[in-house]
Design a binder for this molecule. Structure first.
Ligand SMILES: Cc1cc2nc3c(=O)[nH]c(=O)nc-3n(C[C@H](O)[C@H](O)[C@H](O)COP(=O)(O)OP(=O)(O)OC[C@H]3O[C@@H](n4cnc5c(N)ncnc54)[C@H](O)[C@@H]3O)c2cc1C
Length: 477
């Protein structure tokens, strides 16, 4: 066996002739082991992921996606789908098999009149935000500008505008997608309606989306920034933050963090290396009203720093970029919390004190508002009633330290179990079937499984937070 041989999911070698015919039938470029750019091409955002695909196809358009799906199905080739490559579980690459990469598909057309945008699946949130901001428009998107719009939208989409305008998937109007049988179809509230329901939270289980159409909202400048407090006041600050939550208007979305201050353009040098807690916030509305709304957050204790000011929305959308460079070693655990009880606050603060890696952060994203008011059965995104999503974002650079950082993360996640109520699918690592079910709850999972049987009965799209086709036994090897 040579490193360039393409082996299918059943262990059979695909003839070089068939492989070459496939490569010459697509417009985009293909990387194979041994090619100059293969090493960089097989990498994804999470440096823990170390997989060796047989081929990486950089699609030039939807036709390439159709050709790739048909080729992979005909030859029983394992398929991974990659857009922004940010998924922490590393499902966007595979060992052996074909990576269908959409990251070069970046067309975006804003229709300012109808306040809608048609966006190719390969765009990142930075590219998307800049294009819509030119028209004074935006929709809810991810907190880090290099994250792909595709994976984020299909899992739900938590972002700074969600309490005012809903999740990203709540602003999705339609998609164009390629299903496992190679059909290129539309899904919306009027076409393939059940499929459209599943795509708003069900992830990459149902096919490859080539473009999205979103509703946009007038968003130009926002009142936004960070208020930092010393780590030794964490319990007091988090408990005061909890008391403020019920009074927050929808225009205000906030996130509570435990962190060690890292170099970032907006954080002064003298704080670097300091353990702190912080409230990051975004108010989209009249700045004077915003100042009144955020005032309680400036008095949670005695602040170390307050960077809240009026700024263009895309600038705030890049504020977390410095904390999320590509290539670091990442291990995450996440849960939804229905409430922040005293016991829960104690558990969080206690484990935060024992944090092992300075790059690690603990995020509590306050949900509810417009995102929480969408009926639970309106989309596949579940747990609409949660108060917040708690994400343990463990990061480090030295592989030799991995065991210790992973052990701390697991112990912390275990301690959170009595307080947990499901999990956001886009923050799941490679955690198994039970956790995927926990992301949806029983009713939604069963509805998704029935649709999976209808649209992908062979589980062709299985490198994802996998929903098993209803009635199927074990996942194929
Ligand atoms: C630094 C960072 C910040 C993040 N911030 C947020 C945040 O603010 N809000 C939030 O909600 N989430 C956030 N996430 C989680 C994020 O939503 C997921 O990681 C998501 O999968 C990223 O999308 P992607 O296109 O970059 O993923 P990829 O890794 O490219 O893909 C992930 C999976 O999505 C599916 N997929 C990708 N493209 C397609 C497609 N075109 N059609 C069908 N399926 C597809 C596939 O199953 C694939 O395995 C963040 C993640 C990171 C690493």
């Amino acid at each position: 066996m040579t490193e360039r041989q393409v082996i299918n999911a059943r262990g059979a070698v695909i003839s070089e002739r068939a492989v070459r015919e496939f490569i010459s039938s697509v417009q985009g470029s293909v990387l194979r082991p041994g090619d100059e750019r293969y090493e960089a091409g097989r990498r994804v955002w999470n440096g823990m992921i170390d997989k060796y695909p047989s081929m990486i196809l950089y699609c030039s358009g939807a036709a390439d996606v159709v050709t790739a799906v048909n080729f992979a199905r005909e030859y029983s080739l394992l398929v991974a789908v990659r857009s922004g490559g940010h998924n922490v579980a590393g499902n966007a690459v595979c060992d052996g098999g074909l990576v269908i990469d959409l990251s070069r598909m970046k067309r975006i057309d804003v229709d300012a009149g109808s306040r809608t945008v048609r966006a190719d699946a390969g765009l990142t949130w930075g590219e998307f935000d800049n294009a819509t901001h030119a028209y004074g428009l935006a929709t809810t998107g991810g907190l880090v500008s290099s994250t792909g719009i595709a994976g984020l939208t299909l899992g739900g989409g938590i972002g700074w505008l969600m309490r005012k305008y809903g999740l990203t998937c709540d602003n999705l109007l339609s998609v164009k997608m390629v299903t496992a049988d190679g059909q290129h179809l539309n899904a919306s509230e009027t076409e393939n309606v059940a499929l459209f329901w599943a795509l708003r939270g069900g992830g990459g289980n149902f096919g490859i989306v080539t473009s999205f159409t979103f509703r946009l909202h007038p968003v130009r400048d926002v009142l936004a920034g960070a208020i930092l407090y010393p780590a030794d006041s964490a319990r007091e600050v988090l408990s005061n933050y909890r008391s403020c939550l019920p009074a927050f208007p929808d225009a205000l979305t906030t996130m509570f963090l435990f962190l060690t201050v890292q170099p970032a353009p907006y954080l002064p040098d003298h704080l670097h290396g300091t353990k702190a807690v912080a409230v990051y916030l975004c108010y989209d509305g009249d700045p004077q009203e915003g100042l009144r709304a955020v005032q309680p957050l400036r008095q949670l204790s005695v602040p170390l720093l307050d960077t809240v000011e009026v700024m263009p929305y895309p600038r705030f959308q890049c504020m977390f970029d410095a904390n999320a460079p590509s290539g670091l070693l990442n291990y995450w655990k996440s849960v939804y919390l229905a409430a922040l009880s005293d016991a829960c606050i104690e558990t969080i603060a206690d484990h935060a004190e024992k944090m092992t890696a300075p790059l690690t952060q603990i995020h509590l994203q306050h949900m509810q508002g417009a995102a929480g008011r969408v009926p639970g059965d309106a989309t596949a995104f579940s747990h609409r009633g949660a108060l917040c999503s708690l994400n343990i974002v463990t990061k480090w650079t030295d592989r030799a330290e991995s065991d210790g950082h992973i052990a701390w993360t697991r112990t912390f996640a275990e301690a959170l179990k009595p307080h947990a109520q499901g999990v956001y699918v886009n923050f799941l690592g490679d955690e198994g079937d039970e956790r995927v079910r926990a992301a949806y709850g029983q009713d939604t999972y069963q509805r998704l499984a029935a649709l999976k049987r209808r649209y992908d009965p062979e589980n062709f799209f299985r490198l994802n937070q996998n929903i098993r086709p209803a009635g199927s036994g074990q996942q194929p090897e």
